[in-house]
Design a binder for this molecule. Structure first.
Ligand SMILES: NC(=O)c1ccc[n+]([C@@H]2O[C@H](COP(=O)([O-])OP(=O)(O)OC[C@H]3O[C@@H](n4cnc5c(N)ncnc54)[C@H](O)[C@@H]3O)[C@@H](O)[C@H]2O)c1
Length: 260
C-alpha cells in the first residue's frame, strides 16, 4: 500500500494525512505529497514535491485536487507512475472511467470522505471498478471513517449530498441556532457555548448507538411543551422535510455537473 502519493494536500488531503497520523494507520514517512502549496515543514517525514521520476515508487495515488482542475493536475504525473499503481479519487463528481482513461487504464476507486477523518471519526462512501481498487480504498479509509460500499457509481452523487457535503449543513445549522439564541436575548458568547455543547452532546448520544434519532427526539419533546412548539416550525410546512430534499437535489445536480 505504501508509499501513498497524494496529488493535492489541501483541506481534505490534509485531513486524511492527519487522521492516518493520529490513528497510526500510516506514518508521514509512508507518504509522497505533490502539491504546489505544500512544504516539507508542513509534512515532516513525508517526501514533498520530489522530482517526477520519484513518483514511480507510489503503490497508491490519492487524487485530492479540485474537480475543476484534475485533468490538468495529473497530466505530467501519469507517465511517471508505476503501471500497477492504484488510483483512489476523492474528487466530487468525477467518474471512475474518466479517471482511469486519464491515468492510462489504471485501476480506480472513488471515495467520498468527510472532514472528520482528521480525528478518525469520518464517514466515507466507496466505489471501485476492481476488487483490488476497492481494497486499496478500504485500507486508506477504514482506519479513519465508517465506510459504506456503493454498488452503483451513480449513487456517489447521493452519497456526496448526504455525507461529504453534510458537515457543512450541520455547521450552518449551528451558526443559525447561535444567531437565533442571541436574537432571543442571550449574549452571543453564551448562545454559542450552549448551542455547541448541546450539539456535541446530542451527537455523542447518537454515536453511542442503540437508539434511533426519532427516539432521541421524542425523549426531548414533552407533549404540548417548548420543543413541540419549535418542531412544529422545523418539521412543518417549509421545514426540514421540504428543505433537505431540495438541498440534496441541488448537491446531486452540482456533483453531476462536476463530472460532466
Ligand atoms: N473539503 C471537503 O470536505 C471534501 C470532502 C470530500 C471530497 N472532497 C474533494 O477533495 C478534493 C480537494 O478538496 P479540498 O477541499 O481539499 O480543496 P483544497 O483547495 O483545500 O485542496 C486542493 C489542494 O490541491 C492543490 N493543488 C492545486 N493544483 C495542484 C496540482 N496541479 N497538483 C497537486 N496539487 C494541486 C492546492 O494547492 C490545494 O492544497 C476535491 O476534489 C473535493 O471534491 C473535499
Amino acid at each position: 500500500m505504501t508509499p501513498i502519493l497524494l496529488l493535492g494536500a489541501g483541506r481534505m488531503g490534509g485531513a486524511l494525512i492527519e487522521g492516518w497520523r493520529r490513528t497510526e494507520a500510516f506514518a508521514l514517512s509512508d507518504l509522497i505529497v505533490r502539491d504546489p502549496a505544500a512544504t516539507a515543514q508542513a509534512f515532516p517525514g513525508a517526501v514533498v514535491n520530489p522530482p517526477l521520476e520519484a513518483l514511480g515508487a507510489a503503490k497508491v495515488v490519492l487524487l485530492a485536487v479540485k474537480p475543476q482542475i484534475w485533468r490538468e493536475a495529473v497530466k505530467d504525473v501519469v507517465p511517471h507512475l508505476a503501471p500497477d499503481a492504484i488510483i483512489v479519487s476523492i474528487a466530487a463528481g468525477v467518474r471512475a472511467a474518466d479517471i482511469s482513461e486519464a491515468f492510462g487504464g489504471r485501476r480506480v476507486a472513488r471515495v467520498m470522505p468527510t472532514t472528520a477523518v482528521a480525528i478518525g471519526q469520518g464517514a466515507a462512501s466507496l466505489y471501485a471498478d476492481t476488487p483490488e481498487a476497492l481494497e486499496a480504498a478500504k485500507a486508506l479509509l477504514a482506519p479513519v471513517a465508517a465506510t459504506v460500499e456503493l454498488a452503483d457509481e451513480r449513487l456517489m452523487h447521493a452519497a456526496t449530498a448526504v455525507s461529504g457535503s453534510a458537515p457543512a449543513y450541520l455547521y450552518a445549522f449551528i451558526e443559525a441556532l447561535e444567531a437565533a439564541g442571541a436574537d432571543q436575548g442571550l449574549t452571543p458568547e453564551d448562545s454559542a457555548r450552549l448551542a455547541r455543547a448541546t450539539i456535541a452532546g446530542a451527537s455523542a448520544l447518537l454515536a453511542q448507538g442503540g437508539e434511533e434519532p426519532s427516539d432521541l427526539r421524542k425523549q426531548v419533546t414533552s407533549p404540548g411543551g417548548t420543543t413541540a412548539a419549535a418542531l412544529s416550525v422545523l418539521m412543518g410546512e417549509g421545514g426540514f422535510g421540504d428543505l433537505l430534499p431540495k438541498a440534496l437535489a441541488a448537491a446531486v445536480k452540482r456533483s453531476e455537473e462536476l463530472g460532466s
